[in-house]
Design a protein around this ligand. Structure first.
Ligand code: FES
Ligand code: FES
Length: 195
């Protein structure tokens, strides 16, 4: 008797923006394709599909990740936050509002990934994480100001084919200042924080 052929599909349950979504996927399906093609969540964009442009950035357990390099089956049990989960009702996240107010985009295709990255960058910076352009990386050193150079370096994984970088840097700086000025109670809760 021939050995049973192993199944190439599995039923998985993904926690996306605080909501459980159950679906059956081919084991090779990326999180990006599961979001866009299976769950109709097209806010997350596909650019290069090989981890180089950042258009597909989402948050996994609060940390940024390129969803084109993440298998959907490996995202089970993680808190996934997409651009659709950043606002709280009609209240945009301060970073979203800053991108709107300062025209941090042209065509807008890279924008969801830029905003997801920016929100994580602000949290990484607030937690004292250094970057490649931080002068003093000793643990006892004060965190560097989130200067334009720091923003450019920390956002360097997110490409913008329209070249809207000047406005993007301004929007991230404004978003960081607004986020800092608001108490955590005032901030729209990303779903993993609200869970
Ligand atoms: S589409 Fe994922 S990094 Fe470009
Ligand atoms: S706004 Fe068009 S790719 Fe960035």
């Amino acid at each position: 008797m021939a050995p049973a052929t192993p199944s190439t599909h599995s039923a998985i349950s993904l926690n996306i923006n605080g909501e459980k979504r159950t679906l059956s996927v081919d084991h090779r399906t990326t999180l990006l394709d599961a979001l866009r093609e299976r769950l109709d969540m097209t806010g997350t964009k596909k650019g290069c599909d090989q981890g180089q442009c950042g258009a597909c950035t989402v948050l996994l357990d609060g940390r940024r990740a390129v969803s084109c390099l993440q298998l959907a089956v490996a995202a089970e049990g993680r808190e996934i936050t997409t651009i659709e989960g950043m606002a709280s009702g009609d209240q945009l996240h301060p970073v979203q509002q800053a991108f709107l107010d300062l025209d941090g985009y042209q065509c807008g295709y890279c924008t969801p990934g830029q905003i997801c990255s920016a929100i994580a960058v602000i949290e990484e910076h607030a937690a004292g994480w250094p970057s490649a352009v931080t002068d003093d990386v000793r643990p006892e050193a004060a965190p560097p100001p989130l200067s334009a150079d720091e923003i450019r370096e920390r956002m360097s994984g997110n490409l913008c084919r329209c070249g809207a970088y000047v406005s993007i840097v301004e929007a991230v700086a404004r978003g960081a200042a607004e986020t800092q000025a608001m108490t955590s109670a005032d901030l729209p809760q990303t779903e993993e924080a609200a869970a």
